[in-house]
Design a protein. Structure first.
Length: 264
């Protein structure tokens, strides 16, 4: 049937001297901006390798505004339960920046602020927060991003620990190296290694303030629906660098994290 229709169309065009044989498809107009959202359920919330929920489930979600010029703004949220956050049960991240592409290469520069409503309930004056700037690059499935903190690392300083000396952790750094590979048929693989340097951490009692985390996982687009199931092994080189909320064990032990997420 398709061949018959094509043949008829060609014949009609040839029999009409002034027929328009082809018309250019209308150019696709890029929207001025887009707004997208995301939501997910995780068996554990790991931040740079360390559990933020005492190895318990987390519900997470947020939204992003992206302008066609490359500028973007966003918000992301998750429940938390950690001694670092001093009574806070919610993490709210606010970020903004600029993205650009140059052929196969991508550039991302921006800033992010980590906010914890209710922090300070257990120890007044100890304010869990963090403000970082970042610069990242990508090439195909590979990406690298560097973060630098202008505040104490989530409120960590000598005053918060009741120590003398006025020691702070401003200038802490993090490097994220990630590879995300599409295997086809809805399957994917993600591999990550990160390095966290907590400035002056050893002076504040950390055995090692140079921390490494890793992740190796697989994803699957369930039935092509956009619901992404994930399974990953996550761990660190210093599982006791940070503790769970009752200080009974380290927050960085190696374990499996299961997730299901959706973007819309």
């Amino acid at each position: 049937m398709k061949k018959v229709l094509i043949s008829a169309a060609v014949a009609a065009a040839c029999s009409t001297p002034f027929a328009v044989l082809a018309q250019a498809a209308p150019a696709k107009v890029e929207p001025e901006y887009t707004i997208t959202g995301n939501a997910g359920l995780f068996s554990d919330y790991r931040f740079r390798g360390y559990s933020q929920t005492d190895y318990n489930p987390a519900f997470q979600g947020g939204f992003d505004f992206a302008h066609k010029s490359g500028f973007y703004l966003g918000n992301w949220n998750s429940n938390v339960n950690s001694t670092l956050y001093n009574g806070a049960s919610l993490e709210m991240d606010f970020y903004g920046g600029y993205k650009a592409t140059f052929g196969d290469f991508g550039l991302d520069v921006g800033t992010i602020y980590y906010f914890y409503p209710g922090t300070g309930q257990k120890s007044p004056g100890v304010d869990a927060k963090n403000w970082e700037v970042y610069v990242g690059g990508s090439w195909g499935p590979l990406s690298a991003k560097y973060y630098y903190s202008f505040t104490d690392f989530f409120g960590l300083n000598s005053g918060a620990l009741g120590l003398p000396g006025g020691i702070n952790t401003k200038g802490s750094q993090y490097l994220d190296l990630t590879g995300t590979f599409d295997l086809g048929s809805g399957f994917g693989v993600v591999a990550h290694v990160g390095w966290q340097k907590v400035k002056n951490g050893e002076q504040l009692g950390m055995v090692n303030d140079s921390l490494y985390d890793y992740k190796l996982g697989a994803t699957y687009d369930i039935g092509g629906s956009g619901w992404i199931g994930g399974l990953a092994v996550v761990g660190t080189n210093e599982k006791n660098a940070f503790l769970v909320s009752d200080a009974s064990e380290g927050a960085g032990k190696t374990s499996i994290v299961v997730s299901i997420t959706k973007s819309f």
